[in-house]
Design a protein around this ligand. Structure first.
Ligand SMILES: C[S@@+](CC[C@H](N)C(=O)[O-])C[C@H]1O[C@@H](n2cnc3c(N)ncnc32)[C@H](O)[C@@H]1O
Length: 297
């Protein structure tokens, strides 16, 4: 097992197989991460080389979802990075709310939402700022992920007591209702959150957004795809929109598309006057890297 090598031709052949037969845009992910996760899965099965693992996948198609789960990792929590959420609530949301004209909904996109904790967190923070009635009538949260299993959990909006420990007791009591041994996020507010499958590497972005929350997800992708996604996010946001990334993610300074509002909390505002030539350049570079990095090419 120690002899496995990221430059192994059979590893490339395996990636090619996964891309062609399962439509999984595996080239977009950081190669060392994919290598580690595939190796981990093989170790669990006692398979020692990539060629044999590819054969195994052909004979056991159900193995793909096990591998997919090992690769995606849905770790998440409510109010992850609480100081960043506090900053968002106090310094950013009031600006977004003040900018909104009557009858224009506040539009939020939360790609990489996993099992929904982050999407319900922004729902609680917005409902606190707006009040329940205004929240219900004027907020739309699009919460997306590539992983259908995580999305099914998110749609249920039901969590164990242990999952709720990051939520303050007043918020927990206000927004969750007991349901058997668990707690369910209030249904009347859940209608404003639309969960759906969306592959960041393949599907077009949701647009006209006031806030885009994509945390701890970009870091799985290689730099060409990160660049492409940052350009997509720029396009997706309204001129006065904000981007909220995860703690250990890129600072975007060399992209010229976003300015940090607060570097520690990875909150950025959109640079408005990027000319379309610059944006096109970024997208073209990304497509070039994509072509160069394709397995087998
Ligand atoms: C570590 S979780 C982050 C969850 C949450 N945003 C947070 O910060 O707590 C990363 C999520 O990205 C999702 N993901 C991975 N690749 C994706 C893709 N190509 N398109 C959309 N979501 C993807 C995974 O399924 C997973 O749910």
């Amino acid at each position: 097992m120690n002899s496995l090598n990221v430059k192994d031709e059979m590893f490339e052949a395996l990636l090619e197989y996964l891309q062609q037969h399962h439509g999984f845009q595996i080239t977009g992910y950081k190669r060392p991460t994919i290598f580690r996760r595939v190796s981990k899965r093989m170790k669990m099965l006692g398979i020692e080389d990539f060629g044999r693992y590819k054969d195994y996948l052909q004979v056991h198609p159900e193995e793909f979802s096990e591998l997919f789960n090992t690769i995606l990792i849905n770790v998440t929590s409510f109010f992850r990075g609480p100081e960043a959420w506090d900053f968002l609530a106090k310094a950013i949301l009031p600006k977004i709310i003040a900018e909104k004209k009557e009858n224009h909904p506040i539009k939020v996109w939360n790609p990489g939402c996993a099992s929904g904790e982050e999407s319900y967190t922004i729902a609680m923070v917005l409902a606190e700022a707006l009040g329940d009635d205004v929240f219900r009538s004027s907020v739309k949260i699009y919460a997306t992920d590539i992983d259908e299993v995580a999305l099914a959990q998110a749609r249920q909006g039901t969590y164990k007591t242990a999952d709720l420990q990051e939520i303050s007791s007043p918020l927990r009591q206000k927004y969750f209702e007991p349901s058997k041994d668990n707690f369910e996020f209030r249904r009347d507010l859940r209608r404003s959150i639309l969960f759906g499958r969306h592959d960041l590497l393949k599907d077009p972005p949701i647009s006209k957004l006031d806030l885009l929350i994509c945390r701890n997800t970009l870091m799985y992708f290689n730099s060409a795809y990160q660049k492409k996604l940052v350009a997509n996010f720029h396009f997706a946001l309204n001129d006065k929109g904000y981007l909220f990334l995860g703690k250990s993610e890129l600072l975007l300074s060399h992209y010229n598309l976003f300015t940090p509002v607060d570097k520690r909390y990875r909150i950025f505002s959109k640079v408005r006057n990027v000319n379309s030539r610059d944006r096109l350049l970024i997208l073209t570079q990304a497509s070039y890297h994509e072509a160069v990095n394709r397995p087998g090419s």
